[in-house]
Each structure stands twice: as structure tokens, then as C-alpha cells.
Design a binder for this molecule. Structure first.
Ligand SMILES: *Cc1c(COP(=O)(O)O)cnc(C)c1O
Length: 368
């Protein structure tokens, strides 16, 4: 069975004929070639969610969500998205022949927006959605009510709204558990609303229930400074996540100023003895560049947040360097060309008037 349906026995029931897949999941866990050595960590791994069909782990969510709609003969999808959920849902809706409406956060990167539109979705951008916590909750809650009135659940990649489809995201944990059965170790997960991090912990717990000798890794929640709704409270031992008055991070995907799955994430990470790491946007961009230049991994900024968390943990002396460390690299670099341009610019480009000029330049550059 293809895609997330490899784990059908661990997912909510969906009829065979309703199961949709575009080949999501089964993503590689790649061992670091350079950064691990530089940090003195022997076993640093990257879980490459960037190779999913629409370029992010949200395809695992969309496969579950849209199969659920197909099973119930629902012919439309209403969703909110910071970009990747929308891109993923648009793709699976296209495959299912379902009309898709996506309310997107204000300022969503062009790559994500275009992806939704190319798949044929209708995008609705709402002022201050994803920036102001009140507008953000108002949009999510209001759409939830409208969608329910039309007999369809709103699709938001969070347990609070779409717990059945989030079971699809838990397949990340099953794959990590299978690839590293003796793991123990630690998993660093970036968080916006926290659904991904919660899915990872829930997935590990479920895996442990069927494989009692599996050792659950510590799961850490990493967030940018300007949106540390969960990571700050988790580190400081608070019992509740804290909304921020205004999301101040520029990192697309992690601009979630209100509390969605945050309180559950706090409990879940604590249960694994994981903690919170809060990182500066600038540190994240540096990690994005390092992943590309030192590992050959092209991700969007949110995809580099987990690595920024590892750096912070090393800085704090909180890493046992013999541990297996996994960074979840959540989304592809193609999605956010504006943030990539800042890195690309530094590598430089050249324009030549002739082939010969090019040859002369190369000869002057390359030393034997
Ligand atoms: C959605 C998303 C996240 C964060 O997921 P949450 O469930 O909101 O915490 C992280 N990275 C990328 C690339 C995403 O698209």
C-alpha cells in the first residue's frame, strides 16, 4: 500500500476506494555529512519532509483529510493555511476532483500561494490573519462553524480542529521509529500551532503501545523568538501555552500567535522529557544556508528551525553528543523564493558577453 496507507492499521478507518495518495510519506532519514561533525554530534539526522509531493509534511495531513471527504461524498473543502497546508490540500483536492477554498495568512510567500492556485484552489487572503491572535482565532473559529453548517469539517492542520486527519501526520513518527528502532535519542520539531510536534509524540506513544521495547525519544519543540507561544512556557515550566500579542517572526508557517494545540504540546513534550528551544530568525536563516551549502538540503526557513534548536541545545550544553538527534526538515526551499534570494545573492552570479570570456574566467578561477 502506498503513501501514508502503509500504516492503515494505525490510522482511522477509510474505505479502500476512498484512500487517496500522491506518494506522500516514506521520506528519507539522512545522516549529516558535515554539520554533525562540526558540532561534535556523531549521529545527527535530517528527516527530509521536503521530498513529499507538494514539498512539505502537510501532504500526510492532506492525504488523510481529503480521503475522509471522499469517503463521505463531500465535494468541497474549506481550510485555513499559512501556505503549506493549503498547497497540500489543493493538490489532493485536485486529485479527488473536489473544489478547494483556502483562507491564507496575510503575507503568505508567493511560492506557496502560486502552488495553491496552480492546483486550482481559490485562495482568500485575510488582513492580519496569522499576525493578530484575535483575527487568527476569529477566522479559524468562524470557518469551522461555516464548514460544519455545510456538513464538512474545516481543514486546519491541528488536533483542535482536524484530529482525524492529523493521524496521517503521526506516520512521521512511525517512520522514524522504524528507521531507528534503538533510537531513544532526541527529536527536534519546529512549531507554529504545535500540531506537528503533538503528532510526533502521539505517534511515538502509539508505536510504543504496539512495540513495548521501543524507547520513546525526547521530543523538543522549537519556535522562533517572535512567536514563542509554546517553547518559552515549556522551558520555563509553565502549565499553559501563552499567546503573543502580535506574531513577530518572519518565518512562514510558524506565524501562529494564538493557541491551538499548544497546551497539549506542552504536556506531550514534557511526557517525553523534552523541552522548548526559542531561536532568533537570524539563526534560522543561517541554518537554512548551512543545510543547503553543507548538506545539500534545500529547505524553506521553517524547515531549518529544528537545526537552529539543536545549535541552541549544544550551546546550552544540553546535548549528549553520542545521542541520536533527528531534525525534522519540514518544507522545501522552492516554496519561499524571496527568502532563498537572500542566500543566493551571496553566492554571486556573472554575465559574460561571449563563450570565450566565460572560458577565460573559469581558467582564472580553477586551480589544479
Ligand atoms: C505547518 C508547518 C510547520 C508547523 O506546524 P504546526 O503544526 O503549526 O506546529 C512547520 N514547518 C512547515 C514547513 C510547515 O508547513
Amino acid at each position: 500500500m502506498k503513501g501514508i496507507w502503509k500504516y492503515s492499521h494505525l490510522l482511522p478507518y477509510i474505505e479502500e476506494s476512498a484512500k487517496l495518495t500522491l506518494g506522500e510519506g516514506n521520506t528519507p532519514l539522512i545522516k549529516s555529512r558535515q554539520l554533525g561533525r562540526q558540532l561534535g554530534i556523531d549521529h545527527l539526522y535530517f528527516k527530509l519532509e521536503i521530498v513529499n509531493p507538494s514539498g512539505s509534511y502537510k501532504d500526510r495531513f492532506a492525504a488523510g483529510a481529503i480521503s475522509g471527504l471522499v469517503q463521505r461524498n463531500i465535494n468541497f473543502c474549506i481550510a485555513t493555511s499559512s501556505g503549506n497546508t493549503g498547497a497540500a490540500l489543493s493538490a489532493y483536492c485536485a486529485a479527488a476532483g473536489i473544489k478547494c477554498y483556502i483562507a491564507v495568512v496575510d503575507g503568505v510567500p508567493i511560492g506557496k500561494m502560486q502552488q495553491m492556485q496552480v492546483y486550482g484552489a481559490q485562495t482568500l487572503m485575510i488582513k492580519n490573519f496569522g499576525i493578530d491572535p484575535n483575527v487568527t482565532s476569529e477566522v479559524m473559529h468562524g470557518l469551522h462553524i461555516i464548514a460544519e453548517n455545510f456538513g464538512s469539517p474545516v481543514q486546519i492542520s491541528a488536533y483542535q480542529y482536524s484530529s482525524l486527519a492529523m493521524a496521517g501526520v503521526q506516520t512521521i513518527a512511525y517512520e522514524i521509529a522504524e528507521d531507528m528502532p534503538a533510537l531513544g535519542g532526541q527529536v527536534f520539531s519546529p512549531a507554529g500551532g504545535g500540531g506537528l510536534t503533538l503528532a510526533i509524540v502521539k505517534g511515538f506513544n502509539k508505536w510504543k503501545a504496539i512495540k513495548p521495547d521501543f524507547k520513546i525519544p525526547k521530543v523538543h519543540c522549537v519556535q522562533p523568538e517572535g512567536n514563542d507561544t509554546i517553547s518559552g512556557p515549556l522551558r520555563n515550566g509553565l502549565s499553559k501555552a501563552q499567546p503573543v500579542p502580535k506574531s513577530q517572526t518572519a518565518i512562514s508557517g510558524l506565524q501562529v500567535p494564538n493557541i491551538i494545540d499548544g497546551n497539549e504540546v506542552l504536556e506531550a513534550c514534557k511526557g517525553t522529557r523534552g523541552t522548548g528551544y526559542t531561536v532568533a530568525d537570524s539563526a534560522v536563516y543561517k541554518c537554512q544556508e548551512d543545510l543547503a551549502k553543507m548538506e545539500g538540503i534545500y529547505c524553506e526557513p521553517a524547515g531549518a528551525v529544528a537545526l537552529a534548536g539543536v545549535l541552541k541545545a549544544v550551546e546550552n550544553g544540553e546535548i549528549n553528543k553520542k545521542d541520536h538527534i533527528v531534525c525534522v526538515v519540514t518544507g522545501h526551499g522552492f516554496k519561499d523564493p524571496v527568502s532563498s534570494a537572500k542566500i543566493a545573492k551571496k553566492s554571486g552570479d556573472s554575465y559574460f558577453n561571449s563563450a570565450n570570456e566565460t572560458f577565460e574566467y573559469l581558467k582564472s578561477q580553477i586551480k589544479k
